[in-house]
Design a binder for this molecule. Structure first.
Ligand SMILES: *Cc1c(COP(=O)(O)O)cnc(C)c1O
Length: 432
């Protein structure tokens, strides 16, 4: 069905398979749930990317979220090159860490201190340790359908029953680790109450993506997030918002600000590093005081606060902090989403794009109101067909129907019109 020329990508993938498990260095890149070889990219500029066969695409993957200014943004580029000219790494403090810290903390009412690390996974792992160290409790509550990186204790799924111990969802995670994680369905206040009544003062923290966006886009009721805040306070557990996607995406201060809910711990990643590897965790001073060298919770990193990565983050977040940045992101995204949804409705396709801020997700059941992981239609064959049709028309999405799409500052109304037309044409092909 696909007509795209991928001969160079195919041959590169063949070689890559001899070097890396599955030919990739992160599994979702392997195109397991769509057709054909993964497409090897060689260049990006603005909202466009070019592959090794010289095909050009409008990119809605945006490196899975980090590139909110698009590819090769001039300010980010200048920041990176400027820092690099002074050396790639020192393993000492640099002024750039202060600058990124100030940029974030001077605007953020939720956290007093921050620690920079090198990925979202590392941020979550370190912050969970801090939560356990601070409370002296062992158990962590997570929600089915939320992703928090590949931390051992987070690679769990719900067992049977409403309030359950986690079951390991990856080989190599001991059952004993998984048993310290409780797993609940999203958006379910009564399950929440039951869980806290049962485990009372054993729960160190409840971790959630306040805007779950790693397994479809499962927008939660604000009343649920508020109930979670209240019940954590009642039982002395910490509320942990994993804002690795939502932070600096739905607003400078993420979902915490959008919903007006104050968590105890926040993690950031993706956008914070301007396309370079940065993660971070933050909390009020009394909690952060637990972290080494101030306190007994150990955490360190050879390349933490790396100057080149800090410079990229500073350049990117400086743009994000400008007046009207997020309103503009949202209004262009709305334009794109509404254009496609209006078309799908006219054609009576059982399809809808769900959106918040500059994130969108394709729901093939047209079920805009999905809030739980088990409500997603597991049949992704229509996504796969749409993905191929879009590639043929010069539009690149993340290669899985469970992943969301991202609109960047570089996606102008003109680009979005072109992409929306390609979407509508592809829908006719897949659903017409
Ligand atoms: C991407 C993501 C992570 C993991 O971040 P990595 O940088 O890939 O390790 C953790 N939590 C959430 C919510 C994420 O979206």
């Amino acid at each position: 069905m696909a007509t795209l020329n991928r001969s160079n990508s195919e041959s590169l993938f063949k070689t890559a398979k001899t070097y890396f498990p599955g030919g990739v260095n992160s599994p979702v890149r392997a195109f397991k749930s769509v057709e054909g070889a993964p497409i090897f990219m060689k260049k990006g500029d603005g909202c466009h990317i070019w592959d090794e066969d010289d095909n050009k695409f409008i990119d809605f993957c945006c490196s899975w979220g980090p590139l909110i200014l698009g590819h090769n943004n001039q300010n980010v580029y200048n920041g990176i090159v400027g820092a690099l000219q002074n050396g790639a790494s020192f393993g000492t403090p640099t002024v750039l860490e202060n600058q990124l810290g100030e940029l974030i903390l001077s605007r953020n009412p939720f956290i007093d201190k921050i620690r920079f690390v090198s990925s979202g996974t590392e941020a979550v792992m370190s912050a969970l340790r801090m939560a356990r160290g601070f409370t002296g409790r062992k158990k962590v509550l997570k929600f089915e359908g939320c992703y928090h990186g590949h931390v051992d204790s987070m690679l769990v799924k719900a067992g049977s029953g409403l309030v359950t111990f986690g079951e390991s969802s990856s080989a190599g995670v001991p059952e004993e680790y998984a048993n310290e994680t409780l797993v609940l369905p999203l958006n379910d206040i009564s399950a929440l109450k039951e869980c806290f009544e049962q485990y009372k003062n054993e729960i160190a923290c409840a971790i959630i993506e306040p805007i779950p966006a790693n397994n479809g886009l499962l927008l939660q009721d604000k009343s649920f997030l508020k109930a979670l805040r209240e019940i954590c306070t009642e039982y002395g557990a910490l509320l942990f918002f994993d804002e690795v996607i939502s932070g600096f995406r739905v607003g400078f201060n993420g979902a915490s600000e959008l919903y007006g809910i104050t968590p105890d711990i926040i993690t950031y990643g993706k956008i914070i590093g301007g396309g370079l590897p940065v993660g971070a965790y933050g909390a009020k001073a009394e909690i952060m005081k637990m972290v080494s060298p101030d306190g007994p919770v150990y955490q360190a990193g050879t390349l933490s606060g790396n100057p080149v990565a800090m410079a990229a983050g500073i350049a990117q977040l400086t743009e994000c902090a400008k007046e009207g940045f997020y309103e503009d992101q949202e209004s262009r995204t709305k334009f794109f989403v509404e254009k496609i949804n209006t078309y799908a409705k006219t054609k009576r396709y059982n399809f809808e794009l769900v959106t918040i801020g500059s994130i969108f997700w394709i729901s093939f059941d047209g079920k805009k109101s999905i809030q739980k992981a088990d409500q997603i239609n597991a049949d992704m064959s229509q996504f796969s067909a749409l993905f191929s049709a879009l590639l043929d028309r010069g539009v690149y999405l993340g290669p899985s129907g469970y992943e969301v799409g991202f609109v960047s500052q570089a996606h102008t109304i003109e680009h979005l019109t072109t992409a929306a037309d390609a979407f509508c044409e592809s829908l006719d092909l897949v659903m017409g």
